[in-house]
Design a protein around this ligand. Structure first.
Ligand SMILES: Cc1cc2nc3c(=O)[nH]c(=O)nc-3n(C[C@H](O)[C@H](O)[C@H](O)COP(=O)(O)OP(=O)(O)OC[C@H]3O[C@@H](n4cnc5c(N)ncnc54)[C@H](O)[C@@H]3O)c2cc1C
Length: 373
């Protein structure tokens, strides 16, 4: 059975590795000249770590990442809103390139072929693919993991909308100093600006600083350490170090779809559930949904029906993750300034009230079974 994956990002490579593990001959078509991941650190939770374990890459993740044992959320004036141990479930943070490399290694070990400089221009529901250079490919199964601007999704009429949330993030990895957090993730909010600091592998600290797109002081063509240091003086030195690195700001997007499958084609990852980076689950859901898709189409019989079952089983939970992530973006970046005094109590309530705490934990870990417990 031949499978084609459109897109060689985290979602596409994870899908390719999982399908190859089920015996498919897999080809990945990537439009860029090389396979690469742009960005800084990435959180991996229980759902994606389980898949990396199955793919034989967990030791690599452990070696190149940091396991976290505490999460803290602070507000203006040094008020701690939440502080909780991370126990019972794993959370690791590592450089994105390391995760991508681990998935590529898992895919290559299982015989996946990668074609770069291979932009796909059309896909039919019967699995016929056309590339920009005019060449064609017919597969028994096609997975579109081609990101939030997905051509596969839109050409099959599965897209509903792609929007900006109105905020964006600067991200970078810097060399750690002893004052940086060791095994905790620290998030600070001040008005509509947010800073997240977390270790991301040995000697590396990951900084993510987000703000509204109309907050012009924070979103010019470069990261300005002094502007951020005024609101978050505790990180002044980190901002100065970050200012010497190459930082990119990306606007947060979210998308909505009418369906996940058409014929023998499925869409996955940001193409389906593009979301702002608040629950640390964009890549996580891509990886765990890829593993479930591969399990269901194992054996190759009746792929259309199996894809529909995959959608039915995973869509509601994935959309709940996406909804909470979108709402988190609004709470951080769009909370009315006149009602700032209510934000802390609201967040504390959500974090401590057992039903919302359980839901938060299930969605953040990517584990629907927590909801049932
Ligand atoms: C600031 C920030 C922080 C984040 N932090 C986390 C985190 O901590 N944890 C987490 O799980 N997620 C996180 N995410 C989300 C995560 O990065 C994404 O969900 C994930 O990388 C999406 O992977 P993807 O493969 O679906 O899409 P993409 O990474 O967008 O990959 C799509 C690929 O398809 C290729 N492509 C596109 N069109 C075509 C075509 N026509 N033909 C061939 N190839 C094509 C592109 O070149 C690209 O390589 C974060 C996102 C941001 C912005």
């Amino acid at each position: 059975m031949d499978a084609a994956v459109v897109g060689g990002g985290i979602g596409g490579v994870a899908t390719a590795a999982c399908l190859a593990a089920e015996g498919y001959n897999v080809t990945v078509f990537e439009r860029a000249a090389q396979l690469r991941e742009i960005g800084a650190g990435i959180f991996l939770k229980e759902n994606s770590l389980g898949v990396l374990e199955t793919l034989g890459q967990i030791d690599r993740v452990k070696q190149t990442g940091t396991a976290l044992n505490r999460a803290e959320l602070w507000a203006r004036g040094g008020r701690r809103l939440l502080s909780r141990p991370i126990d019972g479930h794993r959370v690791s943070v590592l450089p994105r390139q390391e995760l991508h490399a681990a998935l590529i290694a898992a895919a290559e070990e299982r015989g996946v072929r990668f074609q770069t400089d291979a932009a796909v221009v059309s896909v039919t529901r019967k699995g016929a693919i056309k590339l920009r250079d005019g060449s064609q490919f017919l597969a028994n199964l096609v997975v579109g993991a081609d990101g939030v601007g997905s051509m596969v999704r839109d050409s099959l009429g599965l897209g509903r909308s792609v929007d900006q949330t109105g905020a964006g993030s600067w991200r970078t990895l810097v060399e750690s100093v002893p004052a940086d957090p060791k095994n905790s993730v620290i998030e600070y909010w001040n008005g509509s600006r947010r800073v997240l600091v977390v270790p991301s592998g040995h000697g590396i600290t990951y900084l993510c600083a987000s703000s509204r797109n109309d907050d012009t002081a924070t979103n010019g063509d470069r990261f300005v350490p002094e502007v951020w240091a005024r609101d978050f003086p505790e990180f002044e030195d980190l901002f100065r170090r970050a200012g010497h690195t190459e930082m990119v700001r990306r606007e947060h997007s979210k998308c909505s779809v009418s369906g996940w499958t058409a014929g023998v084609v499925a869409i996955l990852g940001d193409a389906v559930h593009g979301q702002p980076p608040n629950l640390g689950q964009g890549a996580g859901m891509a990886i765990s949904n890829a593993a479930d898709l591969a399990r269901r189409v194992s054996g190759g019989a009746d792929i259309e029906t199996k894809l529909k079952e995959w959608e039915t089983c995973n869509r509601a939970f994935t959309e709940a993750v996406q909804r909470w992530s979108n709402t988190y973006d609004d709470v951080v970046h769009a909370w009315p300034s006149t009602l700032q005094f209510l934000r802390g109590p609201f967040v504390r309530f959500i974090g401590k009230f057992p039903p919302t705490r359980r839901r938060w934990s299930a969605l953040g870990q990517g584990l629907p079974e927590i909801l049932a417990s």
